[in-house]
Design a protein around this ligand. Structure first.
Ligand code: C5P
Ligand code: C5P
Ligand code: C5P
Ligand code: ZN
Length: 471
């Protein structure tokens, strides 16, 4: 796959941009996660620079009611970012009724309908789960919207935060059209890409916490082991404290990083960690060079988690303000929300580890009821995979209470399973529709809403569909 968007995708973006320029007023509607927020930030910056008037709204899940509410506003054009493709049938009905003209910049599996201004990598032979995100599609649109005043390549930084927020770098680096966006960001001087440790928290966590909390690769005597992490660092013969405080990864010199990373890999090898897990300790790290060292904003993974901590808790306004550079107050507020989000993730993860999952023939599942917030149950499910008793070789399906009538479902797989034929987007859509709900998403990660009381029938249906896919 060559880097950068294919010409057909770019041509579609030009058509979308032309339509937006001709619109009197635009409603920008986006999704409430890191990719949705960065999509909105990229799109709103481009609209603003092109002097196109617009309002912004966010939604947790675009369903028939939400689209109807959007149609009831008096905007003649609606720009959907990071959602819309999966609901294109509903949107097309409103369009033909004359309610609004849709422009859709998305990367989800499209519903069975189409519209003129539909910008989605899946329509052009690109993988929407790994090669371009919602923010990436919005970035391609932003480039098509730029005028004589200057280019929009600086927005590549936010597009990369969106892609990483959707875990499009889950095999260690960004690929496909995403890689082209990285190159443009590097050229524009807003982004750096380096081979580095993949551990989460390189900017903000003191070294022992960086090692102790790293859960993706479990290293005996270090992961989840505070004293063990400190001993490991103390034994390195480096000066890793400043004024009595542990330094952070971001504070280390390249040489110091090399020493710590090599020792960590040696320790993992000596402890019998499998080679492929050890390889995943190192990958490509993306840094926003314009942001201050030691803040969440400098590291794309930490930035994306900070954004999830706002929008998934009904504070998309805070996350958007941070993306747009309005930092006074907003960054403080976001950091408070982040502490709460972290606590919820860690408590949720602990709950799943304690309760365990139920294994069916082809999938495994847990029902968190009201113990995990429905907007983060998918993140927790993804983080739980690989813990003891939770297999990497079966997709995981998680349930959480949404309201009195409905249950939220989140499903997560792996690229290994999608190569074997797994498509969770189809499984979630078809199984939920079979019990009177709806769903969709990506092959590797998808979700649904189902009526209360239908969990068992739904699990049976998902198990059957996934079994067929993996046959
Ligand atoms: O709306 P949607 O595109 O945001 O969500 C993508 C979700 O899929 C994210 O929560 C992301 O963490 C998850 N994902 C995953 N593994 C991948 C790719 C995406 O868990 N390899
Ligand atoms: O919240 P988000 O989906 O962006 O998290 C992405 C990944 O970052 C998680 O799967 C997890 O591995 C890591 N993470 C973490 N500690 C946190 C938040 C996220 O290790 N507090
Ligand atoms: O909510 P969660 O993170 O599990 O969502 C995973 C993916 O499934 C996202 O891309 C989301 O947009 C999609 N999804 C969907 N329909 C739903 C719920 C989630 O298309 N009812
Ligand atoms: Zn997305």
């Amino acid at each position: 796959m060559s880097a950068g968007p294919v010409p057909e995708l770019r041509a579609r973006a030009e058509a979308c941009a032309d339509h937006l320029r001709s619109a009197d007023s635009v409603l920008l509607a986006s999704h409430i996660d890191a990719d949705g927020l960065t999509s909105a930030a990229v799109a709103s910056s481009a609209l603003e620079r092109a002097e196109i008037p617009f309002d912004t709204v966010f939604s947790k899940q675009l369903d028939a009611d939400e689209v109807a509410a959007i149609a009831a506003t008096d905007h003649e054009t609606v720009l959907f970012t990071d959602f819309g493709s999966g609901q294109l049938d509903i949107i097309a009905d409103h369009e033909s009724g004359g309610a609004f003209t849709p422009v859709v910049a998305d990367h989800h599996q499209p519903a069975d309908a189409d519209t003129e201004f539909h910008l989605n990598p899946l329509l052009f032979g690109l993988d929407g789960a790994s090669e371009l995100s919602g923010a990436g599609a919005s970035y391609v649109l932003a480039r098509a919207l730029e005028g004589a005043e200057g280019d929009n390549r600086d927005l590549a930084a936010l597009a990369v935060v969106g892609a990483v927020g959707d875990m499009q770098d889950s095999d260690g680096a960004l690929h496909g059209a995403n890689e082209g966006i990285v190159e443009e960001g590097v050229e524009a001087g807003v982004l750096e890409s380096n081979t580095d440790l993949t551990l989460y928290g390189k900017q903000t966590r003191p070294l022992p916490k960086l090692l102790e909390y790293a859960s993706d690769v479990r290293i005996p005597g270090i992961s989840n082991d505070h004293a063990g992490s400190i001993k490991f660092l103390d034994d390195l013969d480096l000066d890793l404290k400043a004024d009595g405080e542990w330094r952070r990864w971001a504070d280390l010199t390249a040489e110091e990083r090399q020493t710590v990373a090599s020792a960590l890999v040696r320790r993992a090898v000596a402890s019998g960690v499998p080679a492929e897990r050890i390889n995943s300790l190192v990958g490509t790290a993306y840094t926003l060079v314009g942001e201050e060292t030691g803040t969440e904003l400098r590291d794309v993974s930490e930035f994306s988690t900070l954004l999830n901590a706002t929008a998934r808790y009904d504070r998309a306004d805070v996350g958007l303000a941070v993306c747009l550079g309005n930092r006074d107050g907003a960054l403080d507020r976001a950091q408070k929300l982040l502490r709460n989000h972290r606590r919820n993730l860690s408590e949720g993860l602990q709950w799943v580890k304690t309760e365990g999952v139920t294994s069916e023939e082809h999938v495994q599942w847990f029902d968190a009821g009201s113990r995990i917030r429905e907007t983060i149950v998918g993140i927790v499910a993804g983080m739980a995979v690989g813990a003891s008793g939770i297999s990497r070789s079966k997709p995981i399906v998680a349930f959480a209470e949404k309201n009195d009538e409905e249950v939220k479902v989140s499903a997560r797989g792996s690229h290994f399973l999608t190569r074997e034929g797994l498509d969770l987007s189809v499984a979630m859509r078809d199984a939920s529709r079979a019990v009177g709900g709806d769903g969709g998403g990506h092959n590797v990660a998808a979700g649904a809403t189902i009526p209360n009381g239908k969990r068992e029938a739904f699990v049976a249906e998902v198990d059957r569909i996934v079994g067929e896919q993996l046959e």
